[in-house]
Every structure is written in structure tokens, then in C-alpha cells.
Design a protein around this ligand. Structure first.
Ligand code: GLY
Length: 374
């Protein structure tokens, strides 16, 4: 490790110590966002369920701490009830079973974990709409609502479950579906300046694109920073699994938009394109996700291009550690100032479990752990 990266080991030690402490209270549960210093525990059905066990696996890989492994495995077992609750399963099965079952299987080889991940992959593939070539995002949130034509940018991070399933089974269907969805993202979600739409609605019968929607961003034409981060990482992962350079080139375009809009401290506001009268809380989770994408992108581009992405990823992570980390106090979250859903006023200045997860994943990569969980 080079001289200037000593901070990485220092940060890692802080994380290991803190998780040793917080894991005793949080246990095999599903923290979502931290309020008044303590993580609120969510239902296992929520899309964020696997970030805590995923974080425990990231640490276990380094420390071999059996207690962390046991907690992660217990969380995975608790998700069995979710897998059997068909009506509440949505496209976020990727997040949920990659960071639990696929992580367990890749690290320790449990056949039960492999089976769970394959069931999830089949259910996820079943949400594919062949008319519009997209994976349907959600089920109706309210009685009578029709969400059958909705797809969202975040789903790019669910696709690795399908890539994994094709590699594991030798059946190309999963990868085929994944590629078709990623191609739809290129066509309908990514704008020419590298910013992205959060939500796109299609006609579920004809497949025609109907409208772009603001979703968790300020509006249909704004630039939600976490959505941009999902696109950087998700498209780079699709390139990783397919070798299709359209994904790589687009990931670079989105990365340039993201990095060129970062403020002085390298951690984005919740949306990059806001009217002057709208509040601009940070979203540290967007920074952490983008950093992971940038570090992977740095490994995929030419040697001449690589330092641009590598340096940007490192700068974001170092700023998160130095300026956003909570290492001394009693706060349970690792990094402060995340924004979950500004338009709905949900958690607009809080530690978020996915911010913590990607922060730790990025640091693990800087420490030399190159094997992907995704
Ligand atoms: N996947 C939902 C979000 O990024 O908040």
C-alpha cells in the first residue's frame, strides 16, 4: 500500500472496532437508517435488508470473525420468510440475495445458499416484460395502482444476480434477460449529458416508452445523485459480466457527469440539478456507491484512463472517512449525512445502511480485496 493510502488501514480499523460494538445491539436484524444515533430496524421485506449482512460478510472476509458470520447467516435464514411471501417480492431480490446467499456461497460454499439465490434469480427473471425489454420494478404500492410498466435505474444493481445464475447454471437465459434490461437502460434512461432518469414508465402491452418520472430526484429533468451512482456502478458491472463496450462507454459518460458535478468535498448533494430555492442536503450514500463504481471502472478502462476514475473514487472515500465518518461518538452509523428520499421527506440527513455498506465495500477494494460480491 502506498504512503498516501495509510488512511485506508486507519479507516478499516475504525470500522472493525465500531462494527464489533454495534453488531452486539443490531444482531441478526435489518437496520435501515439511523435516527438519534441508533439504527431503526426495518422489516426483512424492505429492499435494504441485505446491506447489514453484506457488510458483515465484507468484514468477515478480512477478520474471519465467526460471530459476524453467524449473524450474516442468521439474517439470510430470516429472508426465507420473505422468499415465500410472493406478493411482496419485487425487483430488489437482486440486492437481497446477492449480499446474503451469493456472498455466503462464494465465500463458504453452502448449497442452501446457492438454492436460495437460484430461486431468487428465477423470481427476478419472471419480472421481465418481453414487450418492453425491462424488468418490472415494483408491485402496486396502493390498492388499484398499476405499476406493471415501471422500471427504475436502481435495478442495474439487481442484474448481477442474473449474471451469477447464468454462470452458475450454464443457462444463458438469465444473462440474456439481464442484457436486454441493460440495453433498455442505455436507450431510455441515460441522457446525452450523462445524467439519468430515475423512473421510466412503459406501456406494458406495447413496450412503448411513455414518460420519465422524477422519483427520488427533484423532478423528471433533474439529476438525482444516487440514481447517477447506481448507473455508474451498474453499467460497469454489466460490462464486467458481458464485455459489451456500450455499457463501458456509457458508464464513463455517466461517471464524467457525476465527478464534474461534485462539490469541493467530493460528496454530492442529493440532486445535481436543483432550483435555487430547494434545500441541498448531502447524500453520502450516493458518494459511496459512485466510489465503488469508479474503482471498478478504473480496472476496466485503459491504463492511460484508469487514474482519472481511481483518483475520483479514492477522493470520495477519503472525504467520507475524514469529513463524514463518526468514529468517536455513540452514533451507530458509519457515515453521516445520507438522504434516502428527499421528495417524501424521508431520512434527509441520516446515516443509511447502504451508505455504510458501499463505504466499507470501497475501502475493502482499496485494501486489495478485488473479488466482487456483485
Ligand atoms: N433503491 C432505492 C434507493 O436508492 O433509494
Amino acid at each position: 500500500m502506498t504512503e498516501q493510502r495509510h488512511w485506508v488501514n486507519e479507516a478499516w480499523q475504525q470500522i472493525v472496532q465500531k462494527i464489533d460494538r454495534t453488531s452486539k445491539r443490531i444482531g441478526a436484524n435489518f437496520p435501515h437508517a439511523s435516527e438519534n444515533g441508533e439504527y431503526v430496524l426495518a422489516e426483512p421485506h424492505w429492499w435494504t435488508a441485505a446491506f447489514w449482512p453484506g457488510l458483515l460478510w465484507l468484514l468477515y472476509r478480512d477478520t474471519q470473525d465467526d460471530g459476524l458470520k453467524q449473524l450474516a447467516e442468521k439474517c439470510e435464514e430470516k429472508l426465507d420468510a420473505v422468499q415465500n411471501d410472493y406478493y411482496r417480492l419485487d425487483h430488489d431480490m437482486g440486492f437481497m440475495w446477492i449480499l446474503t446467499s451469493v456472498a455466503q456461497y462464494n465465500l463458504l460454499g453452502s448449497e442452501d445458499s446457492k438454492r436460495r439465490a437460484l430461486i431468487a434469480a428465477n423470481l427476478l427473471m419472471g419480472r421481465f416484460n418481453v414487450n418492453g425489454n425491462f424488468i418490472r420494478a415494483w408491485n402496486p404500492w396502493n390498492e388499484g395502482e398499476d405499476n406493471s410498466g415501471i422500471a427504475i435505474i436502481d435495478c442495474l444493481l439487481n442484474l448481477p444476480l442474473l449474471y451469477w445464475a447464468s454462470e452458475e447454471t450454464g443457462d444463458p437465459r438469465f444473462k440474456g434477460v439481464s442484457k436486454k434490461h441493460a440495453d433498455t437502460v442505455l436507450e431510455h434512461f441515460i441522457r446525452s449529458d450523462g445524467s439519468v432518469h430515475h423512473i421510466v414508465r412503459f406501456n406494458p402491452e406495447s413496450g412503448e416508452m411513455l414518460e420519465a418520472m422524477g422519483g427520488q430526484g427533484y423532478g423528471p429533468d433533474s439529476a438525482w445523485s444516487r440514481g447517477t451512482a447506481w448507473a455508474i456502478y451498474g453499467l460497469t458491472l454489466s460490462y464486467h459480466y458481458t464485455g459489451d463496450t456500450n455499457y463501458l462507454e456509457t458508464a464513463k459518460r455517466v461517471a464524467h457527469f457525476f465527478v464534474s458535478h461534485l462539490p469541493e468535498d467530493f460528496v454530492p448533494d442529493w440532486d445535481f440539478r436543483l432550483p435555487a430555492n430547494v434545500d441541498t442536503p448531502k447524500d453520502s450514500s450516493a458518494g459511496a456507491i459512485a466510489a465503488c463504481g469508479l474503482l471498478l471502472l478504473a480496472e476496466k478502462v485503459t491504463a492511460a484512463e484508469s487514474p482519472i476514475y481511481q483518483r475520483a473514487g479514492e477522493k470520495i472515500l477519503e472525504s467520507l472517512y475524514r469529513n463524514y465518518g463518526d468514529w468517536e461518538g455513540s452514533e451507530e452509523g458509519l457515515i453521516l449525512h445520507g438522504t434516502s428520499h428527499f421528495p417524501q421527506g424521508k431520512y434527509t440527513n441520516n446515516p443509511l445502511i447502504y451508505g455504510d455498506y458501499y463505504f466499507v465495500e470501497g475501502l475493502a477494494r482499496l485494501k486489495g480485496y478485488k473479488e466482487l460480491f456483485w
